[in-house]
Design a protein around this ligand. Structure first.
Ligand code: HEM
Length: 393
């Protein structure tokens, strides 16, 4: 759906199916905790597990060298989407899972690097090592997904829908009964799970990596978030989705991370479906177009001082969130191709961050220079950095 189909009735149907599968499964009944939905149950459990893993890693390392938070973030966040898509989570040391996550990283890096064939299609017929490597990685990634889909088809029971893959298989079975096989093939429908899996973790991981970097660079901002956590959540329970609207400073911080880092600087490429005129510029049909999100997030006329990191810019005089301004931050794209997981991602980032800061104070390790420039991939990531952690209670 995301990369291969042309805009039209089949694509519209596909996006609707994808949206329904994601929504109905995220907001399904939880399996056994006091959470309000399955998504909250998965996110809260993974966030708590991540804090435990970070504590363990920190205990093994000396305070002077600290730990690299990326490793535990990656497994925890990937586990949320894996649980929703394939009904299972993986251990933080699971070799198969780490291999898949690493392959995904390599694919994203190669995507971002681009090749001559992106601009001159004829070059795709010439030997091209990076294109060949990318195709190999994508085959391995798809192999993993297809194996999961196959396992689901073999063990499918329509009275026990375990996850998004099962929900998509059920949809295909219903279509067969109703003889409704138009527009999309069964294989296209089931493979929607690959779009959700692919889109649903690297973006959240990058957001959290940037957030932790800003938190150790600006400790006074971390103090304010922890103050909000203490006032609204307290030490006796862990953060949950319903805390988000009561914590405007934390929300403002997340918006400012999105805006300042603009770590998805461009949307994925799209194509004009007809001749059009935008701001006086003529754009012919079939032109490749992107939205430059970075430019909007750093527009001086809109933000005044875009290079400053100031979560307060999103708060009104009485500390409430200025919704008119938050809507101007661009990170999830716009219009018909807008991200399908934005609500999901905002809740997930909120719970991961507050659960971490509820339990731990994080700091930069002595002597470490903190640099806000980025490594390029499909999303921009901060250069690797280390943190030292201490218990708050
Ligand atoms: C902070 C985290 C996230 C960011 C910054 C983000 C950003 C984006 C962006 C920029 C696009 C492309 C929009 C365009 O090309 O116009 C996109 C598409 C998409 N995202 Fe996200 N995303 C995030 C999380 C998620 C999550 C958690 C999911 C699902 C679990 C998800 C599912 C999708 C899907 C399915 C598409 C393709 C939509 C289409 O092809 O029309 N995203 N996202």
């Amino acid at each position: 759906m995301t990369f291969s189909e042309k805009y039209g009735p089949a694509w519209l149907l596909h996006k609707k199916l994808c949206k329904n599968a994601l929504r109905s499964f995220s907001y399904a009944e939880p399996r056994g905790s006091g959470a309000t939905c399955l998504l909250e149950e998965q996110v809260c459990a993974e966030a708590a597990e991540m804090v435990g893993v970070i504590r363990e890693q920190a205990a093994k390392n000396c305070e002077m060298t600290g730990i690299d938070p990326a490793i535990s973030l990656v497994t925890s966040v990937a586990n949320v989407v894996c649980a929703l898509c394939f009904g299972r989570r993986y251990d933080h040391n699971d070799k198969e899972f780490l291999t898949i996550v690493n392959i995904n990283n390599e694919v994203l890096k190669l995507f971002a690097a681009g090749t001559l064939a992106d601009f001159f299609p004829v070059f795709r017929y010439f030997p091209n090592p990076s294109l060949r490597k990318m195709v190999q990685y994508i085959h391995r990634m798809n192999g993993f997904m297809e194996q999961k889909i196959e396992e689901h088809i073999n063990t499918f029971d329509k009275n026990c829908i375990r996850d998004i893959t099962d929900a998509l298989i059920a949809l295909c079975e219903d279509r067969e009964e109703n003889r409704d096989t138009s527009l999309l093939t069964n294989s296209q429908v089931i493979r929607t799970v690959i779009d959700i899996f692919g889109a649903g973790f690297d973006t959240v991981i990058a957001g959290l990596q940037w957030s932790l970097l800003y938190l150790i660079k600006f400790p006074n901002i971390q103090d304010k978030i922890q103050q909000e956590i203490d006032e609204h959540i307290g030490s006796a329970r862990l953060p949950q989705f319903s805390d988000k609207p009561n914590m405007p400073f934390t929300e403002a911080f997340i918006y400012e991370v999105f805006r300042h880092s603009s770590y998805v600087p461009f949307t994925i490429p799209h194509c004009t479906t007809r001749d059009t005129i935008l701001n006086g510029y003529f754009i012919p049909k079939d032109t490749c177009v992107f939205i430059n999100q970075y430019q909007v997030n750093h527009d001086v006329h809109l933000w005044g001082n875009p290079e400053e990191f100031q979560p307060h810019r999103f708060l009104g005089l009485s500390g409430q969130l200025n919704k008119e301004l938050t809507e101007k931050v661009l990170i999830f794209g716009l219009g018909k191709r807008h991200c399908l997981g934005d609500g999901f991602a905002r809740l997930e980032m909120f719970v991961f961050l507050t659960t971490l800061l509820h339990a731990l104070r994080i700091e930069k390790v002595p002597g470490q220079e903190l640099d806000l420039s980025a490594d390029f991939s499909l999303t921009m990531k901060p250069h690797p950095y280390r943190i030292s952690v201490s218990d708050r209670f």
